[in-house]
Design a binder for this molecule. Structure first.
Ligand SMILES: [Zn+2]
Length: 371
């Protein structure tokens, strides 16, 4: 759900975030919340709780904006900010080129939260920490302080873990090794959080412990994904698309949609190149076939429903493999036809085929080490 742009950065809110917002507002309002001693009508307490929750979520957004704005100033294109159940994520189109830039982009988030904590504490002190407004500011100061401390935990991919990765990168000059050690350390912290969360759930209250367990689990997943990504990147380094392209299952230009469907079902491919001799005319996908009424399938030619070669995103065989992976991911494409200078089809690049290639390389590597 897009909610708008700030400084030209697109902000997206995931539905889970609305749920957390309601939960925060409700817990602020409840008899256990910070406003339990605040005098005033019920309506005033609800208004105060909602306003405070809004300011808290604005704080999370400002934390992410700090990451994004610093990244943009350092020349890293920002794709957008997504807010979801565990907070926010800033998405960048590229990675930082140097360790100091990476460290700075990551550190600015928790530093911003720390500054916000100080600001809210100051406002609270001005309003009087025992007053209703002062209590709200006091709560916001505390929440931002927690946010800063939590994000400084060196559990990759938390901000602190990214700073750690940048420091190791700086010290060793090896970005891949730095990422892998940050992932390993992050995994230890994630398991610690899970263990602590479970203990807390068993011993004391349910909510806090459960939350910690979930965050630990989320960090495990996110860390593993980033570690995998780093490995794929390293494996692909120096290789071209031409080396990775897989054959695909071509279909002739005079084939019908029915024949294409049968070929897809037999081969397990959801997209087929439509060929005239050696040259690629276009691509026909399962989605294209789905738009044809069933009784028309045998009478419809693939050339009538395919996407023409001119309209396809294609890559040249000389393209670096990493660059092509970006094109795949950015366009949300299932596959990328690899087309030579003469318009001849070299093959296809799919996310799957790349992962298979990487895993084959890894297997080969492990055999060589074992020998
Ligand atoms: Zn952050």
């Amino acid at each position: 759900m897009r909610i708008g742009r700030i400084f030209g950065i697109e902000i997206t809110v995931h539905v889970t975030w609305l749920f957390v917002f309601a939960l925060v507002a409700w817990s602020l309002y409840s008899d256990l919340g910070p406003f339990r001693h605040v005098e005033g009508s019920n309506a005033e307490r609800i208004a105060l709780a909602v306003l405070t929750a809004l300011l808290f979520f604005a704080s999370v957004l400002i934390h992410e904006l700090a990451h994004s704005l610093v990244a943009r100033r350092q020349g890293i294109p920002v794709r957008g900010i997504t807010l979801f159940i565990f907070g926010g994520v800033s998405q960048f189109e590229e990675e930082a080129q140097t360790a100091p830039v990476a460290a700075w982009v990551s550190a600015i988030g928790p530093l911003t939260s720390l500054a916000l904590a100080a600001l809210f504490y100051g406002l609270g002190a001005l309003a009087g920490l025992r007053s209703a407004v002062g209590t709200a500011f006091g709560y916001l100061a505390f929440a931002n302080l927690l946010l800063a401390i939590f994000n400084f935990i060196p559990a990759y991919p938390l901000d602190g873990g990214r700073v750690l990765q940048a420091l190791v990168w700086r010290a060793t000059g090896d970005k891949y090794r730095a990422t892998q050690s940050a992932v390993t350390i992050g995994r230890i912290f994630a398991w610690l959080m899970i263990a602590l969360g479970i203990t807390e759930t068993l011993v004391g209250g349910v909510t806090g412990g459960l939350w910690l367990t979930f965050i630990g689990w989320f960090l495990l997943q996110a860390g593993a994904a980033e570690g995998m990504q780093a490995e794929v990147k390293r494996a692909l380094g120096g290789h071209t698309v031409g080396e990775l392209a897989t054959a695909g299952t071509p279909i002739a230009a005079d084939a019908t949609a029915e024949q294409a469907l049968q070929t897809m079902l037999r081969s397990g491919n959801r997209a087929l190149p439509v060929m005239l001799g050696d040259s690629l005319l276009g691509m026909v996908t399962l989605d294209d076939i789905g738009k044809v009424p069933p009784e028309e399938l045998a009478r419809t030619y693939v050339t009538a429903i395919m996407t023409r070669a001119d309209d396809l995103t294609t890559v040249a065989p000389e393209t670096p493999a990493i660059e092509a992976m970006h094109v795949l991911a950015k366009g949300g494409l299932e596959q990328l036809p690899v087309v030579g200078a003469g318009g001849n089809l070299v093959g296809f690049l799919t996310q799957e085929s790349v992962l298979r290639w990487v895993s084959a390389q890894r297997h080969l590597q492990s055999l060589r080490v074992a020998r």
